[in-house]
Design a protein around this ligand. Structure first.
Ligand code: THU
Length: 136
């Protein structure tokens, strides 16, 4: 699974975002260690706070399927589904990534297209994070 394929997996599901309130479509494609891919989209709610982000949708689908090891996630998003800018994960989603991923090796790829993307290590996006090993 190369970067382009993973980016395309996210872009492909962007129209599935359920965004009647913000009209801001977000999609994610999460690459598991076993090379399977789980996509996710944001799902909004009339009461606003139950809204779930695309990244967490992807993680929760994967974890429900028994996956626990992850290599990378692609995130893309924009108003009306148009990818004009990079869409960075919110703080809550970064914390969910921190629960399951090694911050030194997990890659977060923000994509505008298959050719235009920026890549970060989770550690760069969530420095000095609090994770499961802090509770040992
Ligand atoms: N959103 C995501 O899906 N992921 C992010 O990391 C940033 C924000 C969604 C939540 C909401 O549906 C919309 O974008 C506007 O905040």
């Amino acid at each position: 699974m190369d970067r382009r394929e993973l980016i395309w997996a996210a872009i492909k599901v962007l129209p599935k975002a359920y965004v009647p309130y913000s009209h801001f479509h977000v999609a994610a494609a999460l690459l598991c260690r076993d090379q399977t891919v789980y996509t996710g989209i944001n799902i909004e709610n009339a009461a606003y706070t139950p809204t779930v982000c695309a990244e967490r949708s992807a993680f929760f689908r994967a974890v429900n399927d028994g996956k626990r090891e992850f290599e990378a996630i692609v995130v893309c998003g924009g108003k009306d589904g148009v990818l004009t800018d990079y869409c960075a994960p919110c703080g809550v989603c970064r914390q969910v990534m921190r629960e399951f991923c090694d911050p030194k090796t997990f890659r977060v790829i923000l994509a505008k297209s298959e050719e235009e993307y920026r890549e970060f290590m989770l550690e760069e996006l969530l420095p000095m994070g609090f994770g499961p090993e802090n509770l040992l």
